[in-house]
Write a protein that binds this ligand. Structure first.
Ligand code: B12
Ligand SMILES: C[S@@+](CC[C@H](N)C(=O)[O-])C[C@H]1O[C@@H](n2cnc3c(N)ncnc32)[C@H](O)[C@@H]1O
Ligand code: SF4
Length: 765
């Protein structure tokens, strides 16, 4: 951008550093060096910044370039000595950071793209390795077998095979050792494998003093010129990152597992609370967050092995990050088995070998299939194991155990006070029955469920510290971005909206207790937070107390959350929220005419909606809204009124985040008393509730006065979606997906050659 004008870049670097964005500063320096190769001051800054960020190989390479020009520079010599025992990357396959101008040699691609026959690759690699003294080969498996087949002499030259499970390694005539007990004399370890994630994990298990190499060596061989297709472009990313191994300890009372996919690589907040409850019990417990491990494995594979895109066997290209919330249906639809097949089998194997007494699974709609597969596979081999379920799919007693029928026991809703005593009993071999807050297949038939004790004073619950993670950096996404979930309140104080299932008993923490957690997380490096709750302003005064306390303590953070439209939310209210760090708020406005607001029992009027949105916008906070379409009693006019309103206030509305057709969901007022709302089912209600315990498929119900069935709902929904689109209201990724779908699915529109033509057809039908 600035070409050879280094000062422009330097200023940008200073700004990034001033804002604490060190990784971004590194990117700017790389850009500057692109136009000014070898510039000493840029290299010096790059080396220092990379060292600070523990990007050792990059720091080393910057300092080495400097020392080439001035071999006697004492400062650089000292910096290089300080780096000599630091390691983070495999030197033969260093991971590139920075802009997409950078290329990465992909061992996986080299061995799979056929540019050079595999036999030749193995032969050349074998020849290179035969030159090494004190060599050990890490990782028995097909790669090692092929290597030895093409260079059998390595069996004589190598000193050992390194294996994570030496007891299961095949005997090929070489001693087998674990990575932490290399025989004396081993100087170099070769990593047998093509996937970057696996090699990085192996690399980390080895002691610091040993030299580690991998098939990235081929990039430096005489084959290099023929391997141009093995280089993949690398966009900015967060790797390498320390990701835990899937190790399960022996002798566990409880193993608590979270299967993918939890949205956005978030910290599993609920599991954090369960872990705290279990820590108080006299039990041996391990938390295994498979979601985050698989998240990073997936993205490392995508970035370094597959060139940035993951394609399914049927040719479907997956979105860049399937963990984004708008892709939740990919997971409920079962993509996990397609993209994580081998990884899941490995995890199941580890669990089975460790034989925990209780396997706890946190289940929600996006991981139910995978959790089922894990539960069934583990039980098939460990018939005595107790499967305990909890989590989002186990919130509702009316669903009984249908949210996860493979469970032996299920904690219904919040488990902070129930899970500890339950697991103590289970680990002692007891099979308690009819426990309050818990359902089980051992319960007395016909038992009437009794809710369990629930903590009324949330301050009494320790906040999650995610102690199983090597650091909270584990919960960064593949670009390094981190959104931290935090909870001030639980439940919903209003709890009256007719469509909603989030009508749980409401409580909120004190400002001091909440800020203790916020401060602790900020000290771990978290700076962007999302309130994981339904009704953040259930008690507006308390939210203001929280904001005051954040301001008083000087906690510098960015905050976002969802809250109700509220008559008490005036300009001063939003100004205070902005001062505390709120940058975006999502309002479940959900209806955009006074009539539909009443039908939905939202408890406010359009005047308050407009006042809230304006005040929020004027406070400098991005205001986002949701819309639910198709509630019983709604008319065509309500849709037009909604579109007109949103068009009129579009200056205040940053975007429509969600736009949904009404679903009849278990736990909502519509579900509980459909007859009072003119809702009719196409099959007997009991039969439907049994077959669809979560929500009723749209084609199986309609409402009267006026008549609205699935077709009417869909038509209204599409009209509203296209209406707001044409009115120039911005939309979030969820709503954008819907608009895209509507535009593509209308055969008339599909024939239009471009989007502008489609819009004009819609505007002038
Ligand atoms: C914040 C929130 C979100 C956030 C963050 C989600 C996240 N991954 O953390 C966002 C906006 C991203 C989101 C997205 C979605 N959400 Co949401 N979300 C919520 C909300 C409002 C709060 C959740 C929360 O943090 N609760 C507080 C913590 C402490 O509770 P908890 O995690 O449930 O944990 C407790 C218990 O469940 C239990 N527990 C948890 N795990 C385990 C494990 C064991 C073994 C045991 C014994 C107990 C146990 O003990 C914990 C401590 O008491 C709830 C509604 C609500 N008020 O609860 C809906 C809710 C969880 N979401 C729901 C849904 C449907 C979704 C989406 C699928 C929506 C969509 N269409 O896109 C997506 C995808 C979810 C996903 N893959 O993660 C449903 C879940 C229904 C289901 N059967 O899965 C809920 C219940 C809302 C509803 N409609 O009823 N959501
Ligand atoms: C539960 S609310 C939380 C928002 C906040 N409590 C409020 O009312 O402003 C989250 C959003 O999920 C959507 N939603 C919840 N239940 C739904 C249902 N049964 N059908 C369609 N959308 C639903 C609504 O758009 C709602 O605003
Ligand atoms: S829509 Fe929001 S306010 Fe209404 S009941 Fe649900 S969570 Fe509460």
């Amino acid at each position: 951008m600035y070409g050879s004008d280094v000062s422009g870049y330097q200023q940008e670097v200073d700004e990034c550093i001033g804002n604490g964005k060190l990784a971004l500063a590194v990117d700017v320096l790389y850009r500057a060096l692109w136009s000014n190769p070898g510039h000493a001051d840029l290299l010096r800054r790059l080396g220092a910044l990379c060292a600070k960020l523990e990007r050792w190989e990059e720091a080393r390479s910057a300092f080495e370039k400097l020392i080439e020009n001035d071999p006697d520079d004492p400062e650089i010599t000292i910096a290089l000595v300080a780096l000599s025992d630091k390691r983070r990357e495999i030197p033969s396959s260093p991971i590139n950071f920075g802009t997409d101008k950078y290329l990465q040699f992909s061992v996986h691609r080299c061995f799979s793209n056929g540019a050079v026959p595999r036999s030749v690759l193995f032969e050349i690699l074998g020849d290179m390795l035969a030159e090494e003294e004190g060599l050990a080969l890490y990782g028995p498996g097909p790669f090692l077998d092929a290597l030895l087949e093409h260079t059998p002499v390595l069996v004589e030259l190598a000193m050992a095979i390194v294996s994570d499970r030496p007891e299961t390694a095949p005997d090929i005539g070489l001693p087998v050792t674990g990575p932490d007990s290399l025989p004396a004399g081993v100087r170099t370890v070769f990593l047998c494998g093509t996937e970057m994630f696996d090699r990085m994990q192996m690399f980390r298990r080895l002691p610091a003093g040993v030299r580690v190499i991998d098939a990235g060596l081929l990039a430096h061989s005489h084959l290099a010129a023929q391997l141009s297709d093995s280089w993949v472009p690398v966009k900015p990313h967060a790797y390498p990152l320390t990701v835990p191994d899937i190790d399960v300890r022996d002798g566990l009372d409880v193993l608590l597992v979270d299967c993918p996919a939890r949205t956005l690589a978030l910290m599993p907040n609920g599991i954090g609370y369960v872990a705290n409850a279990l820590a108080k019990a006299r039990l041996s417990v391990q938390i295994l967050d498979l979601d985050i491990i698989f998240y990073h494995r997936y993205h490392m594979r995508r970035l370094f092995d597959l060139g940035g895109v993951v394609t399914l066997a049927d040719g479907t290209e997956l979105p860049v990050d399937p963990w984004q919330p708008e892709h939740h249906q990919l997971w409920s639809g079962g993509i996990a088995s397609q993209v994580l097949e081998q990884d899941i089998d490995d995890a199941i194997e580890r669990i089975v070998l460790a034989r925990p007494k209780v396997l706890g699974l946190s289940v929600h709609s996006c991981n139910r299939r995978l959790s089922t597969r894990v539960a069934q596979a583990v039980r098939a081999r460990l018939p005595d194991i107790v499967i305990l379920a909890g989590g989002y799919s186990c919130q509702n007693e009316a669903m009984e155990m249908r949210g996860f029928p493979d469970a032996d026991y299920m904690c219904i809703g919040e488990a902070d006070l129930t899970v500890g005593p339950l697991c103590e009993a289970l680990a002692a071999g007891e099979r308690p029955v009819d426990v309050p807050g818990v359902m089980s297949r051992f319960d007395t038939p016909g038992r009437k469920f009794v809710p369990g004790p629930r903590e009324n004073d949330l301050d009494r619950l320790d906040f999650p510290r995610y102690q199983w993670a090597p650091s909270l950096d584990l919960y960064r996404n593949y670009t390094g971005y981190q959104l931290t979930p935090i909870i001030a309140s639980r439940g919903c104080r209003w709890s009256r909206c007719s469509f909603c299932a989030e009508r749980f008993y409401w409580r909120i923490r004190s400002a001091g207790n909440f800020c203790d957690e916020l401060e602790w997380l900020a000290a771990q490096g978290c700076d962007t937070f999302m309130f994981n709750e339904s009704d953040l302003n259930g008690m507006p005064e308390r939210l203001l107390d929280i904001c005051d306390e954040i301001i008083r303590r000087g906690i510098k953070v960015t905050l976002t959350g969802q809250l109700r439209i509220h008559a008490k939310s005036d300009q001063a209210f939003f100004d205070k929220l902005a001062q505390a760090g709120f940058q975006a708020l999502r309002f479940g406005v959900d209806a955009f005419s006074d009539r539909t607001l009443k039908l939905q029992a939202k408890g406010y009027t359009m005047k308050t909606v407009e006042d809230n949105l304006r005040a929020c916008h004027q406070a400098g906070i991005s205001a986002r809204v949701n819309w639910v379409i198709g509630v019983p009693g709604e008319t065509e006019q309500d849709i037009d009124d909604g579109v007109a309103f949103l068009g009129r206030v579009k200056a205040y509305v940053a975007k429509i985040e969600n736009i949904n057709q009404l679903g009849i969901v278990n736990g909502s007022i519509y579900w509980l008393s459909p007859e009072k709302h003119n809702i009719h089912y196409r099959r007997p209600r009991e039969e439907l509730y049994e077959e669809f315990p979560l929500s009723i498929p749209t084609e199986l119900w309609w409402s009267e006065e006026p008549y609205i069935d699935d077709k009417v709902r869909l038509a209204r929904f599409e009209r509203a979606v296209i209406g707001v689109y044409l009115a120039g209201v911005k939309v979030g990724p969820f709503a954008a997906g819907v608009i895209d779908h509507v535009l593509k699915s209308d055969p008339r529109l599909a024939q239009a050659s471009d989007i502008d033509e489609r819009i004009s057809m819609l505007a002038h039908p």
